[in-house]
Design a protein around this ligand. Sequence first.
Ligand SMILES: [Zn+2]
Length: 151
Amino acid sequence: MSAKDFYEILGCSEKATYEDLKSAFHKLILKSHPDKVHDSNKDADDFHEIQEAWTILSKPESRKLYDAERKQAKLEEESIVVLARITSDELYPKDEKFAYQCRCGSEYIIDNEDLKNNEQFYVACDECTFYILVQVNKNSLNLSSSASFGT
Ligand SMILES: [Zn+2]
């Protein structure tokens, strides 16, 4: 994943809707299309960046993944410590939710909704400053019955 900020490239906020992104993309692409710009390589680079940004952000799946990675990069900038990257298979059922043991002795509590709605997401520990990154394994995910989870 490149370090470039695709939202910045399109001049949109991370809350931008698909329609916002689309109209921003169309405006930018008209301005920077190589057929219209003859003077420098920089503009050709811009064109490719804009296309790359649009390719990622226009698809819900890749946008979600990109958002998660972008969030991770921001967390790292803020020196928040990601204790572990785990898959949902490593969670254990607890009180109709799922949990994962934190190093501090407390637990990360993971909602079924988060597992259903995300490819991957961060969970903060209530007791300390660690985070975990949970990657959801949809194949083994059985949210209708926590008891059979991960078996
Ligand atoms: Zn903790």
